[in-house]
Design a protein around this ligand. Structure first.
Ligand code: SF4
Length: 382
């Protein structure tokens, strides 16, 4: 008898304790295997991003053929996006961190879609001005991660519509209402903007092929919860004469409150570490964060703590332990009971403050080129 489904993962909600191997089976994706990682390590000149080394990215679709093509002189491009409903939090950076690494190591172009239209349609509490405002703010944070101005292109939906629309028309004809209803759970009261948005979200995956008049492969790094979005894109690709985009999927980052994944749904602002949180707020949130520690110091010294359930360990793992030595030291001394949660949090708070300071400088620099990277014209008239 199969195990009962005791967790739910969709693009809109995550409930229960996620079994990631079972989720991969349920979604029908493939393992990001040691063999694939070894090939990537070789192609990237003997380096792997910590998110790959530490198993945060663990699943994929068609990564092998994409790497085969790259090895044979057929470069790909990266596509990722952001629905701007508010400030970014640290778990939003996972997909962009990996994209930036791919761009830096393999020299490939990056396309970023800022979906200010979709967030306006999806969140009744947000105005058009707010989604456009957060679109720009989020974009500065994303570009500040180190993207190359010469190889980075932005679709800011409400401003790039002339560039997107000729292709969106063709994509929209391939997607039926019953498809989007099944994937996104639309109801009779869902506004018609969201129905059409599915076509717009697929366009960047095909745009370089359209622009260059030849098949240009696409790679989309994303959280595994977002896989259903791109299944539709993959389903329509070949009918339009374009390659199916390949995907690499990450696990999700646990929230600071210790319940489910890092999220701001339900206004649980203390569940996430926002990039615009002032230092005092960062400290308060991290001091209050859920850990895998024991009830008393004596117990923790004797039994050790449990890093795998700890929201602080998840932050070390996904961003703040840059070297493997540091990550291994935190993990080992946590398990052995040498490291106590208060000290561990103190060390992390210092790292987060340092990152926020560096990031603020990089963000100011990104402002100088963000506008010029926004694509506003189609590559050629249709
Ligand atoms: S020592 Fe650090 S990593 Fe371990 S449970 Fe405590 S806070 Fe988490």
């Amino acid at each position: 008898m199969p195990a009962p489904d005791d967790f739910v993962v969709t693009p809109y909600e995550v409930k229960g304790k996620v079994d990631y191997d079972r989720l991969r089976e349920r979604f029908g994706t493939q393992e990001l295997s040691p063999e694939l990682l070894a090939r990537l390590h070789h192609l990237a000149g003997g380096e792997l991003h910590p998110l790959l080394r530490r198993g945060v990215y663990y699943s994929q679709r068609d990564l092998g053929p994409l790497l085969d093509g790259y090895a044979n002189g057929r470069p790909f491009f990266l596509y990722s996006g952001r629905g701007p409903s508010g400030p970014l939090h640290t778990s939003h950076l996972l997909q962009f961190d990996l994209c930036q690494w791919f761009q830096r190591r393999l020299g490939v172009p990056m396309y970023i879609q800022i979906t200010d239209d979709e967030k306006f349609w999806a969140r009744s509490g947000l105005t058009r001005e707010e989604t456009a405002h957060w679109g720009l703010e989020n974009l500065y944070d994303i570009l500040a991660l180190g993207f190359d101005p010469k190889r980075t292109h932005i679709f800011f939906d409400s401003r790039s519509i002339a560039a997107l629309y000729p292709l969106a028309i063709r994509v929209a004809r391939k997607i039926s209402y019953s498809n989007v209803k099944a994937v996104f759970g639309f109801t009779p009261s869902t506004n018609i903007g969201l129905g059409f948005y599915t076509a717009l979200q697929s366009v960047p995956a095909f745009w370089p092929s359209w622009a260059e008049g030849r098949a240009v492969p696409c790679l989309i790094p994303c959280g595994i919860d977002q896989d259903p979005h791109f299944r539709l894109t993959r389903d329509v690709a070949e009918g339009l004469g374009y390659p199916k985009p390949a995907l690499v999927h990450s696990k999700m980052v646990p929230g600071l409150l210790g319940e489910g994944v890092m999220s701001t749904t339900g206004n649980r602002a203390d569940d996430a570490l926002f990039l615009n949180d002032p230092p005092k707020v960062v400290e308060r949130k991290l001091r209050a964060a859920f850990t895998g520690g024991r009830a008393t110091v004596e117990e923790q010294r004797r039994l050790g703590a449990v890093p795998e359930v700890c929201s602080i360990w998840a932050l070390w793992r996904t961003r703040f332990a840059e070297s493997d030595e540091k990550f291994e030291e935190v993990t080992r001394s946590c398990r052995s009971g040498e490291l106590l949660c208060g000290d561990c949090k103190g060390q992390l708070i210092e790292r987060v403050h340092a990152f926020y300071e560096t990031h603020a400088d990089a963000r100011e620099k990104a402002k100088s080129w963000a506008e010029s990277a926004i694509v506003t014209e189609p590559p050629r008239p249709l």
